[in-house]
Structure formats: C-alpha cells, structure tokens
Design a protein around this ligand. Structure first.
Ligand SMILES: *[C@@H]1O[C@H](CO)[C@@H](O)[C@H](O)[C@H]1NC(C)=O
Ligand SMILES: *[C@@H]1O[C@H](CO)[C@@H](O)[C@H](O)[C@H]1NC(C)=O
Ligand SMILES: *[C@@H]1O[C@H](CO)[C@@H](O)[C@H](O)[C@H]1NC(C)=O
Ligand SMILES: *[C@@H]1O[C@H](CO)[C@@H](O)[C@H](O)[C@H]1NC(C)=O
Ligand SMILES: *[C@@H]1O[C@H](CO)[C@@H](O)[C@H](O)[C@H]1NC(C)=O
Ligand SMILES: *[C@@H]1O[C@H](CO)[C@@H](O)[C@H](O)[C@H]1NC(C)=O
Ligand SMILES: *[C@@H]1O[C@H](CO)[C@@H](O)[C@H](O)[C@H]1NC(C)=O
Ligand SMILES: *[C@@H]1O[C@H](CO)[C@@H](O)[C@H](O)[C@H]1NC(C)=O
Length: 449
C-alpha cells in the first residue's frame, strides 16, 4: 500500500525528465533550422503562427519585403508599419498561398503593373497609408478571379488609369478614400459588377461623369463626402439599383435634381449635409423617396414657402434625430436680413401649403407621433423602428471599416481573445508533447538498434 505514492512519483518524475530532454532536442532542431535561413528571410525576421499560417512581420523597421523562406505556406502576411518603399513581383512571388497581404503604413511610392502576378490566391490587399500616386493599368493582373477587397485609402492617388480595375468582377469592397482624386474616367468601375461598398470620400472630386458608376447594380453604399462636387450630372446613379446609402455631405453642391433625375429610386439614407443648396424646393422631393434617414442641415436654405413645407413635414414626423454623432449641422433658413430661422421656429409667412393635411404612403410608414414639438433642432428625420446606425466621424471611417468589414486586427482584438489563447496554449502543449514523445521514441529505437 505505502509504495504506491513512491511509484507514482517516480513515474511522474521520469515523465517530466524525459519530456524535458525531448523538448530540449526539439528546440535544438528548431534553432538549427533558423540558422540555415538568411537574415532577409521571412522565417527569420517574422514570427510565424503555424495554426493560422500567419506571418507577423509588422512594425519591425523592415526596408524590404522579406523573401518567403520559412513562410512558404503563409496565407496571412502582415507587413504593416514598416519602412518598405516598394513592392514588386520578385519580392512576392514565393508567397504562393497568400490570401491577405497587409502592407499598410509603409512608404510605398510605386506599384507596378503585374506586382501580384504570382499570388493568384490573393483575396484581400491592404495598401492603405502609403505614398502611392498613380494606379496603373494591369496592377491587379493575374489575380482578377479571386480578389475580394482592395484598400487603397490614405495615399496620394491623383490618377487611376482607365483599365486599372479591369476584370475585377468579384471585388466587393473598394476603398479609395483620402486621396487626391479630382476626376474619374467614365466606366472606371464598370467591370466590378459585384461591388457592394465604394469609398471615394475625402478626395478632391470636382465633378462626376455620368458613366462613373455604370454597371454597379449591386452597390449598397457609396461614400462621396468631403469632395469638391458642385453639381451632379443627370442619371449619374441610374445603374445603382441596390443602392441603400449615399453620402454627399461636405461638398459644394449648389443645387440637386430630384431623386429620379439623378437615378435614385428609393434609398435608406442620403446625406446632403453641409453643402451650398439654397433652395428648399430641391430638398422636398427627397422627403418622400428616402425611407430612413435624410440629412440636409448646414445648407444655406432661404426662408420661403418651400422651407415652410419642410417645417410642416418635420412637424408631422416629429422624430428628428441626429444624422450621426459628430458633425451635426442644424437645419435652418436664412432671412433676407441674414438672420436665421430654425426648423422648429415659427416662420411668419403666408403660404398655401399643398401638403399639410394629406399623407403620402411614406408618412404612414413612420412611427407614432408625439404631440410636443421636439425640443432639439431637427437635423434629420429618422424612422425610429429601423434606426440606421451610420458611421460617425468624417475624418476616420476606420471604425466602420473594422466592424463591418474584414480587417486582420479582428483576429487580434476578437471577441474571445481569452478562449483563443487558452485554446492555443492547449494545442501548443499537445503539439510539444507529441513532438517530444516522437523524438524520444526515435532516440530510443536508435539506441536499441
Ligand atoms: C541556438 O544557436 C545559437 C548559435 O547559432 C547558440 O548560441 C544557442 O545556444 C542555440 N540555442 C539552443 C537552445 O540550442
Ligand atoms: C490604359 O489602358 C487603356 C485601355 O487599354 C489605354 O487607352 C491607356 O492608354 C492605358 N494607359 C496607359 C498609361 O498605358
Ligand atoms: C457589366 O457587367 C457585366 C457582367 O456582370 C459585363 O458583362 C458587362 O460587360 C459590363 N458592362 C460594362 C459597360 O462594362
Ligand atoms: C477642393 O476644396 C478644398 C477646400 O475647399 C481646396 O483647398 C482645394 O483646393 C479644392 N481642390 C480643387 C481641385 O478644387
Ligand atoms: C441661390 O444661389 C444661387 C447661386 O448658386 C444664386 O444665384 C441665387 O440667387 C440664390 N438664391 C437665393 C434665394 O438666395
Ligand atoms: C420617388 O420614387 C418613385 C419611384 O421610383 C418615383 O416614381 C417618383 O417620381 C419619385 N419621386 C420623386 C420626387 O423623385
Ligand atoms: C430680421 O427680420 C426678422 C423678421 O423679419 C426679425 O425678427 C429679426 O429680428 C431681424 N434680424 C435682424 C438682425 O435684424
Ligand atoms: C387630400 O386628398 C383628397 C383625396 O385624396 C383630396 O380630395 C383633398 O383635396 C386633398 N387635400 C389637400 C389639402 O390637398
């Protein structure tokens, strides 16, 4: 009876000792395999996660893309936050299986045609926050059939060549925001029939071409805010049958045609805030064809009977809610003596209101009325039942990007980091034990022979 604990302890100690020995041998093998790699190789400069086939090469002052040695199987290659000045085909050709390439926050100035020719598994390309100026024809040659998301935002693009997006029929998201684009050639996106999200905000677009959005029949969101647009051409949105949200805020629009003239049928959200529209009659048609959220504060509307129609419409709805948490602009009109009348104030004008008592189908959809006029100024008019949460913050749409779309950070800051790391630890332990036992066995059979 009393010998049991002793036997147990001995077995335990033997196990611990042998596993230590074996794991030391495994470490040595690992060390040796590292020594064979040159200092420029991925297996050397990056930390590699077998489990995800993920190479962390980020934020380590790299001047070049490391060669693929030691990371041949990588699917997620993270090179962001380095000092890389160029990427070219010869740097990337060894990474045959890469699906997501993140080279954001580097110093890349040129992206030559056919850079990704060898990486035909690529689905996501993130080149944000670099110094690119021209997007050439054929940049994405060879990867047309798999590419899903392209991030080119926060660069210095002023020119996109006519065929730069040629054949990219699977791409769903394209980010070109925060660049220096002043114009886009006609049909530039017309091969991208699967595109769902297009960001062109924070550029210097002066005008749009009627053919700019041709063929984008699946597009859901179009971001055009913070450009220099003064007018929209007729039928510019006519192919956008699926469009749900269009942001035209912070432009220089002086007038806007009725929705059907610019090709909008029914959209959930349209933002016309902070433009130069001075005629309320331009806004009125949108009251009926925007189903959830219409923002038009910050326009120099003049105080006339059309403004009174808007006021009455607002009074009927009585559900003013801010468009977004930031950059809220008040809806008000300007009197001849330059003073302002708020949307909820009494505008002393004698008008024969044409819509005061008859409701449209639009209005009957809207929620119950409250009786007291809203105390805060109405900036927009939102159906409470289906409130649309739209990205806030004009300068940085990264929140929106991170929550709604793929971004590698999601792996890091995921909802259950704890469980993932626990899981990793367990798997790692099992793996080491497995290797230990294997190499122990091997050594044993070696010595017995
Ligand atoms: C790894 O290799 C270096 C030399 O290349 C050596 O100094 C070091 O002791 C080795 N480490 C182990 C754990 O073998
Ligand atoms: C890009 O392709 C278009 C169409 O093939 C061509 O007209 C244009 O000249 C090309 N641009 C350059 C810079 O080669
Ligand atoms: C529009 O997309 C379809 C594929 O969905 C394509 O066949 C057609 O050529 C495209 N039209 C234009 C004008 O590019
Ligand atoms: C666009 O507008 C900004 C600010 O109003 C101005 O600084 C810039 O020069 C304009 N760009 C063009 C091309 O008109
Ligand atoms: C509206 O702005 C235009 C210039 O864009 C100007 O000619 C017109 O007089 C303005 N209308 C009113 C009522 O202020
Ligand atoms: C609103 O949309 C309907 C359906 O597309 C259209 O018939 C109507 O003319 C639109 N109204 C305005 C004011 O554009
Ligand atoms: C402008 O006119 C309105 C009434 O027409 C008046 O109530 C207001 O005090 C005037 N504002 C100024 C600054 O004269
Ligand atoms: C409201 O609509 C009814 C019929 O739908 C019409 O007879 C009536 O004149 C309308 N009233 C106003 C103020 O337009």
């Amino acid at each position: 009876m009393s010998s049991y604990p002793f036997v147990g302890a001995t077995i335990f100690l033997t196990l611990v000792l042998s596993s230590c020995k074996a794991s030391f041998a495994a470490l040595k093998i690992l060390n040796e395999s590292l020594v064979e790699l040159s200092p420029e190789e991925c297996g050397r400069v990056c930390s590699y996660e077998d489990w995800f086939n993920r190479a962390h090469c980020d934020d380590r002052g790299l001047l070049h893309v490391p060669t693929s040695g030691g990371c041949e199987e990588v699917t997620l290659l993270e090179l962001q936050g380095n000092k890389i000045k160029s990427i070219a085909e010869e740097h990337l050709s060894g990474y045959k299986h890469v699906r997501t390439l993140d080279v954001s926050n580097n110093e890349i100035t040129h992206l030559n045609p056919e850079t990704f020719l060898a990486n035909d598994q690529l689905k996501n390309i993130i080149v944000s926050h670099n110094r690119l100026r021209i997007l050439h024809n054929g940049t994405f040659k060879g990867i047309e059939s798999n590419l899903l998301r392209i991030y080119l935002d926060h660069n210095k693009f002023y020119l996109i060549e006519t065929k730069a997006f040629h054949g990219l029929s699977k791409v769903t998201s394209l980010y070109l925001n925060n660049n220096k684009l002043q114009q886009l050639v006609s049909n530039i996106f017309s091969d991208m029939a699967d595109l769902l999200h297009l960001s062109l905000d924070h550029n210097e677009l002066i005008e749009l071409d009627k053919g700019n959005f041709r063929n984008l029949t699946n597009l859901l969101t179009l971001k055009l805010e913070a450009n220099n647009l003064t007018k929209l051409p007729e039928e510019v949105f006519v192919d956008l049958y699926s469009l749900q949200e269009v942001d035209l805020s912070s432009n220089k629009l002086k007038a806007i045609m009725p929705p059907h003239n610019i090709g909008i049928h029914y959209v959930r959200m349209i933002n016309l805030q902070d433009n130069k529209i001075n005629r309320s009659v331009d806004i009125i048609p949108f009251l009926y064809n925007v189903t959830h959220e219409l923002c038009f504060g910050g326009n120099p509307l003049s105080c006339d009977c059309d403004f009174k129609i808007i006021q009455e419409w607002v009074k009927e709805i009585k559900d003013g809610e801010p468009c977004s948490e930031s950059a809220i602009s008040v809806v008000r009109c300007k009197l001849i003596n330059q003073s302002f009348v708020d949307i909820t104030d009494d505008l002393k004008l004698n008008c024969n209101s044409p819509i005061s008592s008859n409701k449209t189908s639009q209005e009957t959809d809207l929620p119950d009325k409250k009786d007291s006029p809203s105390s805060t100024p109405a900036h927009t008019f939102t159906s409470r039942s289906q409130h649309l949460t739209y990205p806030s913050g004009h300068d940085d749409n990264s929140n929106w990007r991170k929550t709604d779309h793929f971004k590698p950070e999601n792996f890091k800051s995921g909802y259950s980091v704890y469980w993932v790391s626990l899981y990793n630890a367990v798997i790692l332990t099992c793996y080491i034990l497995f290797r230990c036992v294997k190499s122990y066995k091997r050594r044993k059979s070696g010595t017995s022979r």
